[in-house]
Design a protein around this ligand. Sequence first.
Ligand SMILES: C[S@@+](CC[C@H](N)C(=O)[O-])C[C@H]1O[C@@H](n2cnc3c(N)ncnc32)[C@H](O)[C@@H]1O
Length: 265
Amino acid sequence: MSDTDFTGTNYSIRDEIREFWSARAATFDQSVGHETFSDAERAGWHRLIVKHLGEGQGRAALDLACGTAVISHLMNDLGFKVTGLDWSEAMLEQARAKAAKRGTDIRFIMRDAENTMEPRGSFDVSTNRHLVWTLVDPRAAFAEWFALLRPGGKALIVDGNMGRKSWVAVLREALSKLTGKDGGPHHMDPAMMKKHREIRSRVHFKDQMPPEAVVALLLEAGFRDPVVDRQMFDIHWAQARKMPPMRALERLASDRFAICVTKPE
Ligand SMILES: C[S@@+](CC[C@H](N)C(=O)[O-])C[C@H]1O[C@@H](n2cnc3c(N)ncnc32)[C@H](O)[C@@H]1O
Protein backbone atom coordinates (compact mmCIF):
# COMPACT_ATOMS: atom_id res chain seq x y z
CA MET A 1 0.00 0.00 0.00
CA SER A 2 1.33 3.45 -0.89
CA ASP A 3 1.78 6.13 1.78
CA THR A 4 1.28 8.94 -0.74
CA ASP A 5 -1.74 11.19 -1.19
CA PHE A 6 -0.80 11.90 -4.77
CA THR A 7 -1.59 8.82 -6.84
CA GLY A 8 0.88 8.44 -9.68
CA THR A 9 3.69 10.41 -8.00
CA ASN A 10 6.30 9.40 -5.47
CA TYR A 11 5.67 12.42 -3.24
CA SER A 12 5.42 10.75 0.15
CA ILE A 13 4.48 11.38 3.76
CA ARG A 14 8.23 11.86 4.40
CA ASP A 15 8.33 14.80 1.95
CA GLU A 16 5.30 16.28 3.68
CA ILE A 17 6.89 15.98 7.13
CA ARG A 18 10.13 17.57 5.91
CA GLU A 19 8.26 20.46 4.26
CA PHE A 20 6.12 20.98 7.35
CA TRP A 21 9.21 21.45 9.54
CA SER A 22 10.98 23.54 6.91
CA ALA A 23 8.00 25.90 6.90
CA ARG A 24 8.33 26.26 10.68
CA ALA A 25 12.09 26.70 10.78
CA ALA A 26 12.28 30.51 10.74
CA THR A 27 10.05 30.92 13.82
CA PHE A 28 10.74 27.61 15.60
CA ASP A 29 13.03 29.16 18.22
CA GLN A 30 10.45 31.76 19.25
CA SER A 31 8.39 29.15 21.11
CA VAL A 32 8.84 28.18 24.73
CA GLY A 33 9.51 24.45 24.75
CA HIS A 34 11.66 24.72 21.63
CA GLU A 35 14.52 27.16 22.38
CA THR A 36 15.41 27.61 26.07
CA PHE A 37 14.54 30.94 27.70
CA SER A 38 16.07 30.74 31.18
CA ASP A 39 19.14 29.51 33.01
CA ALA A 40 16.81 27.37 35.12
CA GLU A 41 15.58 25.53 32.03
CA ARG A 42 19.11 25.07 30.69
CA ALA A 43 20.21 23.74 34.08
CA GLY A 44 17.31 21.27 34.00
CA TRP A 45 18.31 19.95 30.58
CA HIS A 46 21.97 19.70 31.62
CA ARG A 47 20.92 17.76 34.73
CA LEU A 48 18.81 15.32 32.66
CA ILE A 49 21.56 14.74 30.09
CA VAL A 50 24.30 14.23 32.69
CA LYS A 51 22.04 11.89 34.69
CA HIS A 52 21.67 9.53 31.72
CA LEU A 53 24.72 10.11 29.54
CA GLY A 54 27.34 11.57 31.91
CA GLU A 55 29.63 14.50 31.11
CA GLY A 56 30.81 14.78 27.52
CA GLN A 57 34.61 14.58 27.96
CA GLY A 58 35.04 14.86 24.21
CA ARG A 59 32.86 11.84 23.45
CA ALA A 60 31.08 11.71 20.07
CA ALA A 61 27.36 12.54 20.20
CA LEU A 62 24.79 12.46 17.42
CA ASP A 63 21.76 14.72 17.89
CA LEU A 64 19.15 13.16 15.61
CA ALA A 65 16.61 15.56 14.08
CA CYS A 66 18.49 18.43 15.65
CA GLY A 67 16.19 21.09 14.16
CA THR A 68 17.63 24.47 15.16
CA ALA A 69 20.24 22.72 17.36
CA VAL A 70 18.80 23.42 20.81
CA ILE A 71 19.77 20.02 22.23
CA SER A 72 22.99 20.01 20.17
CA HIS A 73 24.08 23.17 21.99
CA LEU A 74 23.13 21.80 25.42
CA MET A 75 25.28 18.75 24.59
CA ASN A 76 28.08 21.00 23.38
CA ASP A 77 27.95 22.91 26.71
CA LEU A 78 28.63 19.59 28.46
CA GLY A 79 31.76 18.83 26.45
CA PHE A 80 30.40 16.40 23.86
CA LYS A 81 31.75 16.51 20.31
CA VAL A 82 28.42 16.99 18.59
CA THR A 83 27.06 16.15 15.15
CA GLY A 84 23.58 17.54 14.48
CA LEU A 85 21.53 15.72 11.87
CA ASP A 86 18.31 16.87 10.26
CA TRP A 87 16.68 16.36 6.86
CA SER A 88 15.38 19.92 6.62
CA GLU A 89 17.82 22.35 5.04
CA ALA A 90 15.77 25.26 6.43
CA MET A 91 16.18 23.92 9.98
CA LEU A 92 19.90 23.34 9.41
CA GLU A 93 20.31 26.91 8.16
CA GLN A 94 18.98 28.16 11.50
CA ALA A 95 21.18 25.66 13.34
CA ARG A 96 24.34 26.74 11.47
CA ALA A 97 23.57 30.44 12.04
CA LYS A 98 23.12 29.79 15.78
CA ALA A 99 26.36 27.82 15.99
CA ALA A 100 28.25 30.56 14.14
CA LYS A 101 26.81 33.22 16.46
CA ARG A 102 27.75 31.21 19.55
CA GLY A 103 31.13 30.18 18.17
CA THR A 104 30.46 26.46 18.62
CA ASP A 105 32.08 23.80 16.42
CA ILE A 106 29.05 21.54 15.96
CA ARG A 107 29.07 19.58 12.70
CA PHE A 108 25.75 19.56 10.82
CA ILE A 109 24.62 17.04 8.23
CA MET A 110 21.45 16.84 6.15
CA ARG A 111 20.26 13.23 6.38
CA ASP A 112 17.26 11.04 7.17
CA ALA A 113 17.32 9.81 10.78
CA GLU A 114 16.11 6.42 9.52
CA ASN A 115 19.13 6.10 7.21
CA THR A 116 21.95 8.39 8.35
CA MET A 117 24.79 7.03 6.15
CA GLU A 118 27.18 7.67 9.09
CA PRO A 119 29.83 5.01 9.86
CA ARG A 120 28.59 2.10 12.02
CA GLY A 121 29.72 2.17 15.65
CA SER A 122 31.00 5.74 15.37
CA PHE A 123 29.09 7.45 18.22
CA ASP A 124 29.32 7.13 21.99
CA VAL A 125 25.85 8.55 22.55
CA SER A 126 22.86 9.79 20.59
CA THR A 127 20.03 12.12 21.53
CA ASN A 128 16.74 13.12 20.00
CA ARG A 129 13.92 15.34 21.19
CA HIS A 130 10.43 15.31 19.68
CA LEU A 131 11.40 13.05 16.80
CA VAL A 132 9.96 9.64 17.66
CA TRP A 133 6.30 10.73 17.47
CA THR A 134 6.84 11.80 13.85
CA LEU A 135 8.72 8.71 12.61
CA VAL A 136 7.13 6.85 9.73
CA ASP A 137 9.09 3.67 10.41
CA PRO A 138 10.44 3.61 13.98
CA ARG A 139 11.67 0.02 13.58
CA ALA A 140 14.00 1.10 10.76
CA ALA A 141 15.06 4.18 12.74
CA PHE A 142 15.85 2.28 15.94
CA ALA A 143 17.84 -0.37 14.03
CA GLU A 144 19.87 2.46 12.47
CA TRP A 145 20.43 4.20 15.84
CA PHE A 146 21.56 0.88 17.35
CA ALA A 147 24.08 0.34 14.54
CA LEU A 148 25.50 3.87 14.87
CA LEU A 149 26.49 3.42 18.52
CA ARG A 150 29.63 1.72 19.72
CA PRO A 151 29.04 -1.21 22.14
CA GLY A 152 28.17 0.27 25.54
CA GLY A 153 26.84 3.44 23.88
CA LYS A 154 23.59 5.07 25.02
CA ALA A 155 20.63 6.69 23.30
CA LEU A 156 18.54 9.33 25.07
CA ILE A 157 15.07 9.99 23.69
CA VAL A 158 12.91 12.90 24.85
CA ASP A 159 9.29 12.90 23.81
CA GLY A 160 5.73 12.75 25.09
CA ASN A 161 2.46 10.91 24.78
CA MET A 162 0.74 13.82 23.03
CA GLY A 163 -2.14 11.59 21.92
CA ARG A 164 -3.20 11.38 25.54
CA LYS A 165 -5.21 14.49 26.37
CA SER A 166 -4.66 15.75 29.89
CA TRP A 167 -7.60 17.10 31.92
CA VAL A 168 -6.14 20.57 31.39
CA ALA A 169 -6.19 20.19 27.60
CA VAL A 170 -9.81 19.06 27.74
CA LEU A 171 -10.71 22.05 29.95
CA ARG A 172 -8.80 24.51 27.73
CA GLU A 173 -10.58 23.26 24.61
CA ALA A 174 -13.96 23.53 26.31
CA LEU A 175 -13.18 27.08 27.52
CA SER A 176 -11.93 28.20 24.12
CA LYS A 177 -15.14 26.87 22.51
CA LEU A 178 -17.21 28.80 25.04
CA THR A 179 -15.26 32.07 24.90
CA GLY A 180 -13.91 31.92 21.36
CA LYS A 181 -10.50 32.71 22.90
CA ASP A 182 -7.45 30.54 23.15
CA GLY A 183 -5.30 30.11 26.25
CA GLY A 184 -2.25 31.67 24.65
CA PRO A 185 -0.27 32.24 21.47
CA HIS A 186 -0.20 29.28 19.11
CA HIS A 187 3.03 27.98 17.65
CA MET A 188 1.06 27.47 14.47
CA ASP A 189 -1.58 29.21 12.40
CA PRO A 190 -4.79 27.24 11.66
CA ALA A 191 -3.49 25.93 8.31
CA MET A 192 -0.34 24.58 9.97
CA MET A 193 -2.42 23.09 12.81
CA LYS A 194 -4.51 21.27 10.19
CA LYS A 195 -1.39 20.00 8.42
CA HIS A 196 0.03 18.91 11.79
CA ARG A 197 -3.12 16.86 12.54
CA GLU A 198 -3.09 15.38 9.03
CA ILE A 199 0.55 14.29 9.34
CA ARG A 200 -0.07 12.87 12.80
CA SER A 201 -2.90 10.73 11.48
CA ARG A 202 -0.45 8.99 9.13
CA VAL A 203 2.67 8.32 11.23
CA HIS A 204 3.41 5.13 13.18
CA PHE A 205 2.36 6.52 16.60
CA LYS A 206 -0.80 8.11 15.24
CA ASP A 207 -2.81 7.54 18.42
CA GLN A 208 -1.10 7.28 21.76
CA MET A 209 2.63 6.97 22.31
CA PRO A 210 3.11 5.59 25.83
CA PRO A 211 6.82 5.15 26.62
CA GLU A 212 6.25 1.38 27.04
CA ALA A 213 5.37 1.13 23.32
CA VAL A 214 8.59 2.95 22.38
CA VAL A 215 10.64 0.78 24.75
CA ALA A 216 9.19 -2.41 23.20
CA LEU A 217 10.47 -1.35 19.77
CA LEU A 218 13.85 -0.27 21.18
CA LEU A 219 14.29 -3.72 22.78
CA GLU A 220 13.33 -5.33 19.46
CA ALA A 221 16.18 -3.34 17.84
CA GLY A 222 18.66 -4.82 20.34
CA PHE A 223 18.86 -2.06 22.97
CA ARG A 224 18.91 -3.09 26.63
CA ASP A 225 18.51 -1.62 30.14
CA PRO A 226 15.67 0.80 29.34
CA VAL A 227 15.08 3.58 31.84
CA VAL A 228 11.88 5.63 31.54
CA ASP A 229 12.34 8.94 33.33
CA ARG A 230 9.45 11.29 34.03
CA GLN A 231 11.41 13.39 36.53
CA MET A 232 11.56 16.49 34.36
CA PHE A 233 9.62 18.87 36.59
CA ASP A 234 12.49 21.39 36.76
CA ILE A 235 12.48 21.71 32.96
CA HIS A 236 8.69 21.88 32.64
CA TRP A 237 8.34 24.33 35.53
CA ALA A 238 10.94 26.64 33.97
CA GLN A 239 9.07 26.44 30.65
CA ALA A 240 5.65 26.90 32.28
CA ARG A 241 6.81 30.13 33.94
CA LYS A 242 7.26 31.63 30.46
CA MET A 243 3.82 30.54 29.19
CA PRO A 244 0.29 31.93 29.50
CA PRO A 245 -1.44 30.29 32.52
CA MET A 246 -3.60 27.72 30.71
CA ARG A 247 -0.76 26.53 28.48
CA ALA A 248 1.54 26.41 31.48
CA LEU A 249 -0.90 24.14 33.29
CA GLU A 250 -1.23 22.01 30.17
CA ARG A 251 2.55 21.64 29.97
CA LEU A 252 2.73 20.52 33.59
CA ALA A 253 -0.13 18.04 33.15
CA SER A 254 1.00 16.45 29.86
CA ASP A 255 2.77 13.10 29.82
CA ARG A 256 6.35 13.93 28.83
CA PHE A 257 9.27 11.61 29.39
CA ALA A 258 12.84 10.68 28.59
CA ILE A 259 13.92 7.14 27.71
CA CYS A 260 17.54 6.02 27.98
CA VAL A 261 18.68 2.72 26.46
CA THR A 262 22.07 1.03 26.11
CA LYS A 263 23.70 -0.96 23.33
CA PRO A 264 25.14 -4.08 25.01
CA GLU A 265 28.96 -4.46 25.16
C1 LIG B 1 9.77 19.06 16.64
S1 LIG B 1 11.21 19.36 15.67
C2 LIG B 1 12.42 19.02 16.94
C3 LIG B 1 13.76 19.66 16.69
C4 LIG B 1 14.78 19.45 17.81
N1 LIG B 1 15.02 18.03 18.05
C5 LIG B 1 14.33 20.12 19.09
O1 LIG B 1 13.85 19.40 19.98
O2 LIG B 1 14.45 21.34 19.20
C6 LIG B 1 11.29 17.91 14.66
C7 LIG B 1 12.52 17.88 13.76
O3 LIG B 1 12.65 16.56 13.27
C8 LIG B 1 13.12 16.62 11.95
N2 LIG B 1 12.81 15.31 11.37
C9 LIG B 1 11.62 14.65 11.38
N3 LIG B 1 11.76 13.43 10.82
C10 LIG B 1 13.07 13.33 10.45
C11 LIG B 1 13.83 12.31 9.82
N4 LIG B 1 13.29 11.15 9.46
N5 LIG B 1 15.13 12.53 9.58
C12 LIG B 1 15.73 13.70 9.95
N6 LIG B 1 15.06 14.71 10.54
C13 LIG B 1 13.75 14.51 10.79
C14 LIG B 1 12.39 17.80 11.36
O4 LIG B 1 13.00 18.29 10.20
C15 LIG B 1 12.46 18.78 12.53
O5 LIG B 1 13.62 19.57 12.47
